[in-house]
Ligand binder design. Structure first.
Ligand SMILES: Nc1nc2c(ncn2[C@@H]2O[C@H](COP(=O)(O)OP(=O)(O)OP(=O)(O)O)[C@@H](O)[C@H]2O)c(=O)[nH]1
Ligand SMILES: [Mg+2]
Length: 358
């Protein structure tokens, strides 16, 4: 099969990598028609000039931007220059092995719209990473899975090495912050199927890493921006509103059952707590998570049971924090309870999005 492929490669001071990279891509794609578009942020080491000098021999185009505006934005700009229907993104520093590109192309040929070179499927991995970098990488993925649930089906949603069909981004308004352009495409693009092919993220042998704490802060900003754009912040606000309604149901019923039905107040409390959990569940099922509700009575009751268990554990979290802040930190108990409510709300929300409304 011969396909037209465009590879976008963001560069910043990668002089010592570009020649070997282009040669390796050329070898890997010997059966394909392809083009490489470098988006260079005005590297001071002559990267752009060196890459441009390859163009008589290889299908290389170099776009130089005047300022350093970041990896992900470089890729977005690159989309404006590529000509093929099949588009790939990879780093310039040879940490992404070009031999994997044909495997990604095959995945697209077999029906995937997005094909990701993944470190976290069987056969994938990272060469020479210390414990800290592993924790940061896994933590970043955990955060994406937790806060942006539609990414959960992808094991490596922050990979910098992937390919996709042009139509995936044709109507997408891409506004990434920082490094993680794949996350932006997974959240804003239009696609049906995603495939992941394993690869080993190699150690960088030439040039310097541009990764620093700034990128980690940018990542948090990016997640926040996606949560806002994709309605996940609104979802959390609805969950909190339902929680407030639950407090009214709880206190109102406690008062009614104790004063008018003549029940012992602790019995009234048990009934009103459970009633507010059930009313919260129904409201959340219809208002907060209408898009993540499976049909059928069995699924409904299974969600109700999960919600119940998480909320009862949430009561324990509330009381634990109340005790801790009051007894250990000496805070006035009514103020401590605010901490307890915040902790229990977060607990309930996170565990319910993870388990009840997966
Ligand atoms: N155009 C552009 N490219 C960038 C910028 N920052 C990084 N890059 C390129 O993006 C790719 C990934 O950057 P790296 O510094 O290698 O990041 P990393 O691979 O996550 O980190 P290491 O494993 O430490 O190398 C490389 O090709 C860089 O040259 C930028 O601000 N602008
Ligand atoms: Mg790198």
């Amino acid at each position: 099969m011969s396909a037209a492929i465009s590879i976008i490669i963001p560069t910043y001071n990668e002089r010592d990598n570009v020649i070997a990279l282009v040669e390796q891509i050329d070898r890997a794609l010997s059966d394909y028609k392809y083009e490489i578009v470098f988006i260079d942020d005005n590297s001071s080491d002559g990267t752009a000039e060196l890459a441009a000098a390859l163009s008589p021999k290889y299908p290389v185009q170099v776009i130089v931007r005047k300022d350093k505006r970041g990896l992900a934005s470089a890729v977005v700009d690159g989309l404006g220059y590529v000509k093929s229907e099949v588009i790939g993104v990879m780093d310039a520093d040879l940490q992404h092995p070009p031999e994997v590109i044909p495997e990604l192309v095959k995945e697209l040929g077999s029906g995937a719209d997005v094909a990701i070179a993944s470190r976290y499927v069987e056969g994938g991995g990272c060469e020479g990473w210390g414990l800290m970098r592993r924790i940061i990488s896994k933590g970043a993925i955990f955060l994406a899975h937790l806060l942006l649930p539609s990414t959960r089906k992808v094991k490596d949603p922050v990979s910098g090495f992937f390919m996709f069909k042009r139509q995936v981004v044709a109507n997408a308004d891409l506004k990434p912050t920082g490094y993680k352009i794949l996350l932006e495409i997974l959240m804003e693009g239009e696609f049906q199927s995603v495939a992941e092919a394993p690869y080993i993220f190699r150690t960088r042998s030439m040039g310097e890493s541009k990764l620093n704490a700034r990128q980690q802060i940018d990542y948090l900003k990016h997640i926040y921006s996606l949560m806002r754009r994709k309605g996940e912040l609104l979802r959390f606000a609805k969950f909190c509103l339902v929680g407030l309604i639950g407090i009214l149901v709880n206190i109102g019923l406690l008062w009614l059952l104790t004063e008018f039905a003549g029940l012992f107040y602790l019995l009234s409390a048990a009934i009103s707590i459970e009633s507010s959990i059930i009313s919260n569940f129904v409201l959340n099922d219809y208002l907060t998570f209408p898009d993540r509700r499976l049909p059928g009575a069995k699924s409904f009751f299974s969600r109700l049971l999960k919600f119940n268990l998480i909320c009862i554990a949430g009561l324990g979290v509330n009381m634990g924090v109340l005790w801790l802040l009051t007894e250990v930190f000496g805070i006035y108990y009514l103020v401590s309870e605010l901490g307890g409510i915040v902790a229990a709300t977060l607990w309930n929300y996170l565990f319910n999005t993870w388990w009840t409304w997966k």
